[in-house]
Structures are given as structure tokens and as C-alpha cells.
Design a protein around this ligand. Sequence first.
Ligand code: AMP
Ligand code: ZN
Ligand code: FE
Ligand code: FE
Length: 280
Amino acid sequence: MTIDFHTHTRFSDGSTTPTQNAELAAIQGVRGLAITDHDTMAGWDEAAEACAAKGLIFVPGIELSAEQDARSVHLLGYWVDPAHPGLRAECERLRGERSRRALEILDRLALLGIEISLRDVLVHAGDAPIGRPHIAAAMVAAGAVVDIEAAFDDYLADSGPAYVPKHALSPERAVELLIAAGGAAVLAHPGLPPDGAPISEALLDRLAGAGLSGIEADHASHDAPTSARWRRIAADRDLLVTGSSDFHGEGKAVKIGERTASIKILEALRARAGRRSQPW
Ligand code: AMP
Ligand code: ZN
Ligand code: FE
Ligand code: FE
């Protein structure tokens, strides 16, 4: 009876549809599935329907981009109101910011001898907010790198020569926004360096003060000591521990359901979310 608390779809930088995520979740035997696309809630309607068809619990979520010291910090928000004006405005702003930043990344790549056009990137991004994985896919298609990993390792990683940060809210403000939108906020993959510097405990204390409900200690990229460390840190602060695959489809070698958390965690998190009137 487990829930995968963090998966992506084509509505951001995943390669599958929400329907495919639900089908894969059913095959993997999980009981519930969160859809947590980057900076958008556009996949929820399809996901809710597909989860219902498969008898899965649907957990509506978003992975909101925040920024600390020019590094990305990701906050997961669950059961937020998709019509909340402040959250919608921030998602729209981030979409524009992602387009602006993509052009800046492409300029940097050009200086490094790699010519990729915005059109090349849009082949992969479609209508989704543009993410680095879309740029990486365009680089692979152009033959500039052998695979997505190489694109990140050599160019796009936070410490890479073509990296450009997004202008985003501070993590504390992001937590406040998710809560204001009626959701429960969870810190995503705190031990994952490729997505940003490892989170400091000082920052975590500030997030706890802002109303954070949980920490994604059981993320697929965390090795056992990293998960154990963040479980301890969560327990010390009375925060819930969630688990997830952070599935992205083809881009990453991870399966839905590879890491999960229990239904008890789902219920505790649900109780922390302010909003009660939505259908999910
Ligand atoms: P962005 O939102 O544009 O900053 O891109 C962040 C996304 O890039 C993450 O959610 C991951 O999907 C992906 N990503 C970050 N670092 C790596 C990496 N080292 N290898 C593969 N994918 C990565
Ligand atoms: Zn992603
Ligand atoms: Fe993330
Ligand atoms: Fe993610």
C-alpha cells in the first residue's frame, strides 16, 4: 500500500503522458500516484481520470522551482488550489522566465561551439515550460553529446559552463505560497547535488518555520546513508518523510514506484493541507 509521491510527465520535462504514468504505476503495483510537474498543474485533469480508471489514489502535486544562492531548490506542493491567483501567477512568471533563460543557455552553448536553436528545443518541449532536459535532448539530437547525462555532466549541470539560474522565489517564499494556495509543502530531494547544492540544515530550519510539512528523504537518487541522514533530520523536526521515484520517462533510468511512502504518510500530509473542498 504505497504511494509514489513525485513523478513527471510531458506537461513538464517527462516523456510520458499522465495516462501512461498511471498505467505504469498500476503495473508496478503502487496504490497511489502523485503528478508533480515542474511549475505547472496542467496534467492534473488527465491524471485524475487515468488514476480513477486504474483504481489508483491520485495525489495532485506541483514541483515549484525556488532559488537559493543561484542554485535551484525544489518544493513539492500537494493538493494546492489550481485556481489560486498567486500560484497561477508564479507559474506563468516561471514559464516566461524559463523561456528567457533557455535563450541565455543557448547563447552560452553557442560560445562553447554548440549551435542549437530555440526551435530545436521546442521540438522536445512542445507546450511545456522549457527545462534543461529539453535542451539536453536537443543537444543529443544534434549530435553534440552522446546522451542526456553527458549534456548535463559537460554543460548543463548547476556547476556546468552553460548553466544559467532561473530567477525564482526564495525557498521560504515558495513554501509560503504553496501553503497560501491551500496545499502541504515538502522539500524535494534534499540530498541531490546535481539539482542544486545539498540543502543546509540552516535553510531547513527556515523552511520548517515557514510551515514545511515534510522532507523527501526517500528519493530515488539518494543512497542509503543519504536517506537515513535526512530521515533523522526530519524526525528531529517532527517533519513527515516522503518517498518517490521522481520518474521522468525515458530521460532517467528509474521506474515508477522505485521509492514510495505509505498511505499513513499520505493521510498525515493530507491532514496538513488546508484545502478540503476539492474532488481529489
Ligand atoms: P530545470 O528545471 O530547467 O532547472 O531542470 C531541472 C531538471 O533537470 C531536473 O528536474 C531533472 O529532471 C534534470 N536534471 C538535473 N540535473 C540532471 C542531471 N545531472 N542529469 C540528468 N537530468 C538532470
Ligand atoms: Zn525534471
Ligand atoms: Fe527536482
Ligand atoms: Fe522532479
